[in-house]
Ligand binder design. Sequence first.
Ligand code: ADP
Length: 521
Amino acid sequence: MGLYIGLDIGTTSTKAFVYDEKGEIRGGSQAAYPLLVPEAGRAEQRPDDLVEAVVDAIRGAVQDAKAKADDISAVGISAAMHSLMAVNDRGEPLTPVITWADNRSIGQVHALREGREAGRLYRATGTPVHPMSPLTKLLWLGNNQPELFKRAAKFVSFKEYLLHRLFGRYVVDVSIASATGMLDLNTLDWNESALHLTGVDPRRLGEIVPIDERLTGMDGGFAERMGLRRDTPWIVGASDGALANVGVGALARGETAVTIGTSGAVRTFADSPRTDGEARTFCYAFEPDRWLVGGPTNNGGIALRWYLEKFVIGEGESGDIKEQEALDRIVQMADSVPPGSEGLLFLPYLSGERAPYWNADARGTYFGATLHHGRAHFGRATMEGVLFAVRTVADALTGISGDSRSLLASGGFAKSEIWTQMLADLSGTQVVVPDTYEASAFGAAAVAMRADGAISKLEDLKDGIRILRTHEPDARRFKTYERYYSLFKQVYELLEPAFPAVAELQRGTGVNHEEESGGKK
Ligand code: ADP
C-alpha cells in the first residue's frame, strides 16, 4: 500500500503528514518561520525560510513515519492564498513573500472602490477587492517600486516559486490563481481587465494548471535532502481554504465548513461559479464542478482570548494559568447564563471586519449592558457575538449556494462542546465536529491520492473521517436567538455611520489595532 504526503504551507509554519490510503496518519512534522512585520501594514516572509521549512517538514515527516523514499507514492500541496513575490529572469526573488496579511495596498483598494472597477473586478474574478488580493498588491508595487516592477521577470505566489525551485516550472493551480484577483471565473484564464489595469503581460504570470497536475523530476539535491525519490510525483494541489473543506469532508451541497481559530471562515463548494450581488463573499475555482464560495472573518477565537486576558485573568497573569484551563473555566462560567446573555449583545469587530461587511473601521461593542450584567454575561455575550458574526457570513452564503444541511466545525472553538452546541442553537442547523487533525494537509493528500489513482473520488475518504460529536439545534433556544440576531444586525447598521469617527479617534491615540480589512469607505 502506498503512502501519501500532504504538505500544508501556512502563514506561520509548514506541516507535512504521511497518510496511508485509508487516510490514517503514519507520521508528521512541522517547521515554523517568522511573519515579518518591519512596519505597520507590512507582513512578509523570507522565501528561503519557507523553502527550508518545506524541506525540513517533509524530511521530518518521512522519518517520523519510518518510511523509505520508495514507500512514498505522491506528494500533494496546500498553500496559503494571496501571496505575491517578484522574481528576476534567473528565478531569484526581488521581493520577500508579501502575504495575505499585508495591507499596504489599501490606497489602491480605495481608488478601485471609488471608481466602478471594484464591482466589475469582483464579478469577473470572484475575489473581493481588498489589500489581501495580489491584484491590488501589483498595483501598489507598480506605483511604489516602479523600477523593481519593470525589472521583474515574473510575479508569482510562493507556491509557484517553490515549484520553480524544485521542478523548474512556474505553475499555479487554478485554486491559488483564482484567489489572485486576476483570474477570470468564466474563462479560467487571466482576466483582460486585470491584466490591463496592472500592466502585467500574461507571460509574466505563472502557467495555470488544474489541481491534479503532476510534476516529476525534482532537483536531485532537494530530493536527497527531503528523503524522496526524484521521480516521485508531486500533485500541485490547491489553496488551504479549499483543501480544508476537502479535509473535513464538506464536499457536497448543503455541507458548510465553519472554521473558528484565531480568526474564522465559512466555506462551501458550489457546483458553478457564484458571486454575490453585494460583493460580500468570495468565489474561487477548484475543479470544473466545485467552486469554493465563502467569507473570512477577522474576529474568531481571538475575541474570547481577548476577553479572558483583559478582564478575567488580568493582564500579565496569563503566563501563570494554563490557557486551556482558563478557557474551560470561562466557558463553564458563560454556560451558567441563559441564551442571549439576558439582553447583552456583543459585536465582535475588535479587528475591523472582512466578510460580510468589509469594514476596516468597525469596532467591538457591547450593547444593552445594565447593572445586572456581570463577568459571566460578558463572557457568554462574547462567545455568542463571535457566532452571530459567523452567521452573517453563513447567511450571505445561503443566498448564493442554498441552505446548509450541516455545519462542519473546526478550529480551536470546536474543542468546546458548549461553544459548538451554541452554534447549532444560534444557527438552527446541525453541527458536526469531525476529528480533523490538520484538515488542509489531509485535503492535499486526498487530491494526491486521487491523482495517483489510489481513490477514484474525494468522497472515498469521507468514511475515514471520524466524527467526534453531532449537535442538533434546540428549537426553543433557536427561537430566542432569532430575536437577538435581528437586533445584532440592527445594532451594526445603526453603528455603521459612527465607526469611522471612533476609528479616527483611535488613530489619533496610536491604538495599534489590526487592520486586516480594507474598509468599505
Ligand atoms: P489558530 O487559528 O491560530 O491556529 P486555533 O485553531 O488553535 O488557532 O484556535 C484558537 C482559539 O480557539 C482560541 O483563541 C480560543 O478562542 C479557542 N479555543 C481553544 N481551545 C478552547 C477551549 N477549550 N474552549 C473554548 N475555546 C477554545
